[in-house]
Design a protein around this ligand. Structure first.
Ligand code: ADP
Length: 591
């Protein structure tokens, strides 16, 4: 009863002060906030009705010498300015923010309007609100292929790394991808009689994106593709010896990992992380803001990342750099609709992407001034599962050995074309639906797997593919005109003999389609990749809207734009994310 009375009186007194225009309840209050080693800096703050009068240090575990200036300057600045919006001391950002945080806590207890007192002081807010404060040389946002390549490469170059991943697991789109990695690779291509070079890869990549890619970025990609593949091998990753042409890849330079889908890349990187000190990966932790702070030379650098973790706000200070590797926005219907200019509405089209591909990096980097380029270039594949939009269930093995037919059983496009060209042609077909048709050259046994770790037997059992001993029987199961289907296959087979080009201009052929059993699987358009994103230079540094480098900020992978132009070649994504992830990590480490 007595306690209740006191509380009631205190509230009433406080209310009176506030109603009289008072800013604080007079008194002396204590507040604490975590410093550089995680231990609280504790301060005592004395206020009267209107002013902060005095600030005294009660506990200080900060590094002597480094933090002295912060303790000398910041309490003084707070009192002089009667504000929490004071500059941190460069080189002692942590201690500075701890001091500001401790004063904030004390002033909260004094009934202050903290938002008003700290207007414009977002970094301090972030740190004081944090339940966990972390430090590393480099903070990476996103633990897909690009983010983990950057983490490993930074670690190899001596840097400590924190990786924030918003999903419960690492991997992003990379782990569910078809996993083909394009590289001009003499060790595998010469024995297969394939002529290739980084220059040819460059020409095809640039032209395949309608010359809208930035030449220097394309050259960086194609020159580094093979060395980066060898780097992955040096980390223990295994690729098959046989190179092939992946859908829309235009040339047989795709490398298929031994492990299924993108799991080989993820295993390689996570094995490295598990067996080396210095890389911390936090899953379920979504980055929400990047902050620029003054460095020792007064230069504004990307250095703090705020994130929402399972236990609250986590703030990480990247003493050297921040790397954005958040992937694309294929899974965000809102962003697709915002940026799409070249396709019919994509609102009701499926996607091959994981649900986390929501383009977070655009806002994260855009908010600190990054330029965003090529956002209207969205890649669709003609290869989506008709129910889910995913790539699984795709029976294609290699471009050379299959045809596409529509619901009439007729071919309608050069199946070795660019992805955008094939998908556009598919949009013209009845119900935007097609069948992939191939023969047992692709599936010598019923246990043979597709590129998505499914056996052809499983796909037939699940009615995701049909199988027949003759083309007539196949046509019946597909419910297409048998004469049309047989004519399409016959025309294809004669083009295999001559080497083409056939009536659609197709030139990529290998085997005739003449060996039963035959197989067919249905496919529809699906959103696959977003070519646009954060503008970078060849060092993976982020470029602002005025064309200048944003110090300390890097980006890599599908989050970036300007490499693939209007259309990304099949097999170039895995090359891109690994090449630029590795570059970003190494350069960030040498800041
Ligand atoms: P890339 O191929 O460019 O590496 P991925 O899709 O494989 O792209 O990986 C991007 C990763 O970034 C995904 O795992 C995704 O969940 C993660 N990610 C996206 N936005 C955020 C965010 N705001 N905070 C933390 N992780 C994020």
């Amino acid at each position: 009863m007595r306690k209740q009375f006191i509380i009631f009186t205190a509230i009433a007194v406080m209310a009176t002060f506030i109603s009289c225009g008072s800013k604080y309840t007079p008194g002396t209050y204590e507040g604490g906030a975590p410093g550089i080693h995680g231990e609280n800096v504790v301060l005592q703050v004395t206020v009267d009705k209107k002013n902060i009068k005095d600030i005294t240090v009660i506990e200080n575990h900060e590094t002597p010498g480094v933090s002295d200036t912060a303790f000398a300057r910041i309490p003084k600045a707070i009192i002089e300015g009667q504000t929490l919006n004071v500059d941190t001391v460069s080189g002692a950002t942590y201690s500075s923010n701890a001091i500001i945080g401790a004063v904030t806590e004390a002033l909260k207890a004094a009934g202050a309007d903290i938002a008003k007192l700290s207007e414009g002081k977002e970094v301090a807010d972030a740190v004081t609100a944090a339940t966990e404060v972390l430090n590393a040389d480099i903070v990476i946002i996103g633990a897909g292929g690009a983010g983990l390549a950057a983490a490993v490469s930074a670690n190899q170059n001596g840097a400590s790394v924190i990786v924030f991943e918003k999903m419960p697991q690492v991997g992003g789109n990379t782990i569910i991808s078809g996993s083909a990695f394009n590289a001009a690779d003499p060790s595998r291509q010469i024995p297969q009689g394939i002529e290739d070079s980084p220059e040819k890869h460059y020409e095809q990549t640039l032209k395949g994106g309608d010359n809208m890619g930035t030449p220097l970025l394309v050259k960086t990609l194609t020159d580094n593709a093979y060395p980066t593949l060898q780097w992955l091998e040096s980390l223990g990753m295994e690729f098959q010896d046989h190179v092939f042409t992946v859908l829309g890849g235009l040339w047989p330079r795709a490398h298929k990992p031994v492990l299924p889908l993108g799991t080989g890349y993820l295993k390689t990187y996570t094995d490295y992380i598990a067996s080396h000190e210095g890389i911390t990966v936090l899953t379920d932790t979504r980055a929400t803001n990047i902050y620029l702070e003054d460095d020792a030379n007064g230069v504004k650098r990307a250095s703090v990342v705020k994130a929402q973790g399972p236990r609250g706000i986590v703030v990480a200070q990247g003493h050297k750099a921040v790397i954005v590797a958040t992937g694309g926005f294929g899974a965000s219907v809102e962003l697709r609709e915002k940026y799409n200019k070249h396709w019919p509405s994509l609102a009701n089209i499926g996607t091959t992407n994981h649900p986390g591909a929501t383009g977070d990096g655009l806002a994260l980097a855009g908010d600190v001034g990054a330029d965003l380029v090529g956002l209207e270039y969205i890649q669709l594949l003609p290869m989506g599962d008709p129910v889910t939009g995913s790539l699984s269930g795709n029976i294609e093995q290699a471009v050379e050995n299959r045809i596409f037919v529509n619901k009439d059983g007729n071919r309608f496009v050069d199946e070795g074309e660019r992805r955008d060209v094939m998908t556009r042609a598919l949009f013209e077909q009845e119900d935007t639906f097609m069948w992939i048709v191939l023969d047992s050259h692709n599936y010598p046994t019923m246990d043979t797997k597709n590129n998505f770790n499914e056996t052809i037997q499983e796909l037939v059992d699940q009615n995701r593919a049909v199988m027949a001993d003759s083309l007539d029987e196949l046509a019946e199961k597909m419910n297409v005109n048998a004469d049309n289907l047989k004519a399409a296959v016959a025309e294809f087979n004669s083009a295999v003999e001559t080497g083409g080009p056939d009536t659609f201009g197709r030139t990529l052929f290998q085997y005739k389609m003449d060996t039963p059993p035959y197989f067919a699987g249905g496919r529809m358009p699906t959103v696959h990749h977003t070519m646009g994103g954060i503008k970078i230079n060849e060092k993976a540094q982020v470029i602002d809207t005025a064309g200048n480098v944003i110090p300390g900020l890097y980006a890599a992978g599908e989050a970036t734009g300007g490499i693939h132009g209007t259309n990304r070649l099949g097999g170039n994504a895995l090359a891109d994310i690994n090449v630029f992830g590795k570059i970003a990590g190494a350069n960030a480490a040498s800041e």
